[in-house]
Design a protein around this ligand. Structure first.
Ligand code: ADP
Ligand code: GLC
Length: 495
């Protein structure tokens, strides 16, 4: 048996404390799965304004965080555990950085102008916290640009700090679109040293690109599906970093996310109208009627009901849906969308709901309850993403027997097998090209299959519901990677 590892896990959002997307789901679940394998994990995140500190344990004594040109800043630290576990989560409390309504942006959607300082602070605070509580990390696991400064800091500001001498760093890219590009003045706050300001490390067109630096310095880089690990080395998906990532592909791995089946299972879901499972699917029809009712749609049991849940962002293919929507609604289907984000999309889809009240409904906002209602009540789930590093909703859909219609990209391609009418196999419907036509024809195909090939549809539902993407197996892959990375890092230390 390998030795238990100390793992520092720093993320900008963690379920159930703060969430804008799937990163929070991963940061809330993976540490628990790693702890179940016997490792000691601590999680660190900001104490955002929305997190009630009265419910947290206060750690006595302020935490000093060196911020270079800004001097040493003093943070408060609070503590809790991840739900249903002993995994400690620490909250870094610093009013000037985190005492705001949004996580990354204000209510109008404008990113905070000091996001560089806010997240360099988080990255460093996690290091300082480790020293304060005497937690020597074997693995420093950073996530996305927000904490990608950690691998850089490990090799620079903290390079000669004995406390981290034996640590190895892992950086997970959940979304390459957001890289943390800032004015180069942040170099003086990060204290990595200007020698790291060059096009192979932190520099990007005279600015600082934090994710780029993290990729250069991490001992291992992961993404959240194998397909996405390949895609980000191409111009279509690389957002300008394809060459840089290609140069570091020797240490790049794709590990698919898991999902939390304690939350996402129709047999135990507290939010849905009638629970169901493989042995008794009758509850699904009740859930469909309930969903139609909640969204003020006519309750038609034989019309395919298609759901969408997700951020209204270009990434999610909302442009494709908008371009195809009127054609789709003439296919005699009903479509329900839940989401929030780009203002044009919120307005556009609200207008469509006004124009087609018996075919289309949307809820502009965030609602975990409605997300469950849609997963259970829909016959088909729409996810035509332009890119999708992993994607969680299509995996939830499988569990609910709600067949996904997806574009063949990233984790969508890795988790969905296209329906093959000849063998009646598959668990969803896929298309390649990001065009309105391809989307339209694939939805038509799925709707026709629902209507005219009921047996094949039912077989696919069974296949979908039987599949498992659990965190335990994902955690085992991370564990293998941690050991591998740690030993190769230590071997390097002896050179
Ligand atoms: P991403 O992280 O790119 O947004 P994922 O599919 O990985 O995409 O994760 C999205 C997560 O956020 C899922 O858990 C999904 O249910 C949830 N979600 C997104 N938008 C909403 C919303 N408007 N209401 C409720 N849940 C939402
Ligand atoms: C990102 C990606 C999404 C992925 C999630 C969790 O937000 O957009 O595809 O599932 O991170 O890894």
């Amino acid at each position: 048996m390998n030795k238990a590892l100390n793992i520092l896990f720093t993320a900008s959002e963690v379920v159930p404390f703060a969430k804008t997307g799937g990163l929070a789901d991963v940061a809330g679940a993976l540490p628990k799965a790693l702890a179940s394998l016997g490792h000691n994990v601590i999680v660190v995140m900001p104490r955002y304004y929305s997190i009630d500190k009265d419910k947290l344990e206060h750690i006595v004594g302020p935490l000093g965080v060196p911020m270079g040109a800004m001097g040493e800043l003093w943070a408060g630290v609070y503590k809790d555990t991840l739900p249903n576990s002993d995994v400690p989560i620490y909250f870094i409390d610093y009013e000037q950085f985190y005492g705001r309504s949004g996580l990354y942006a204000d209510e109008q959607g404008f990113s905070y102008s000091d996001n560089d300082n806010r997240f360099v602070f988080l990255s460093k605070a996690a290091f300082q916290l480790c020293k304060k509580i005497g937690f020597k990390p074997d693995i420093i696991h950073a996530h996305d640009w927000h904490t990608a400064a950690q691998p850089v800091l490990k090799n620079s500001r903290y390079a000669f700090d004995d406390f981290f001498k034996e640590s190895a760093s892992v950086l997970t890219i959940h979304n390459l679109q957001h890289q943390g590009i800032f004015f180069k003045g942040v170099m003086d706050v990060m204290e990595a040293g200007w020698e790291h300001f060059n096009p192979h490390e932190l520099e990007s067109m005279d600015g600082v690109n934090i994710l780029k630096g993290g990729i250069a310095h991490a001992d291992a880089v992961t993404t959240v599906s194998r397909k996405y690990a390949h895609e980000i080395q191409t111009p279509e998906f690389g957002f300008g970093l394809e060459g840089h990532i290609g140069a570091h592909s020797y240490k790049l791995y794709g590990i698919l996310n898991g999902v939390d089946y304690d939350e996402w299972s129709p047999a135990i879901d507290p939010f849905i109208a009638r629970r169901y499972d493989l042995d008794d699917m009758s509850g699904k029809a009740v859930c469909k009627a309930d969903m139609q009712d909640r969204f003020n749609l006519p309750v038609w049991d034989d019309v395919p009901l298609i759901g969408f849940v997700g951020r209204f962002a270009e990434q999610k293919g909302i442009g494709l849906i908008a371009g195809a929507i009127e054609g789709l609604l003439h296919l005699n289907v009903q479509i329900v969308m839940l989401g929030t984000g780009e203002k044009w999309a919120e307005g556009f889809f609200s207008d469509i709901a006004g124009k087609y009240p018996d075919r289309f409904a949307c809820y502009i906002g965030y609602s975990n309850e409605l997300a469950h209602v849609i997963e259970a009540g829909s016959d088909l789930f729409l996810m035509p993403s332009l890119f999708e590093p992993c994607g969680l909703n299509q995996i939830y859909s499988l569990r609910y027997g709600t067949l996904p219609i997806v574009r063949a990209t990233g984790g969508l391609d890795d988790t969905i097998q296209n329906y093959d009418p000849a063998t009646k196999t598959g668990n969803g419907f896929k298309f390649e090209w990001a065009t309105n036509d391809a989307l339209y024809h694939t939805v038509k195909w799925a709707a026709d299959t629902y209507r005219y090939e009921k047996d094949a549809f039912a077989i696919m539902q069974r296949t979908a519901m039987q599949a498992r993407f659990d965190w335990e197996s994902a955690a085992e892959k991370y564990e293998d990677l941690y050991y591998h990375t740690l030993y190769s890092r230590r071997v390097k230390n002896y050179k």
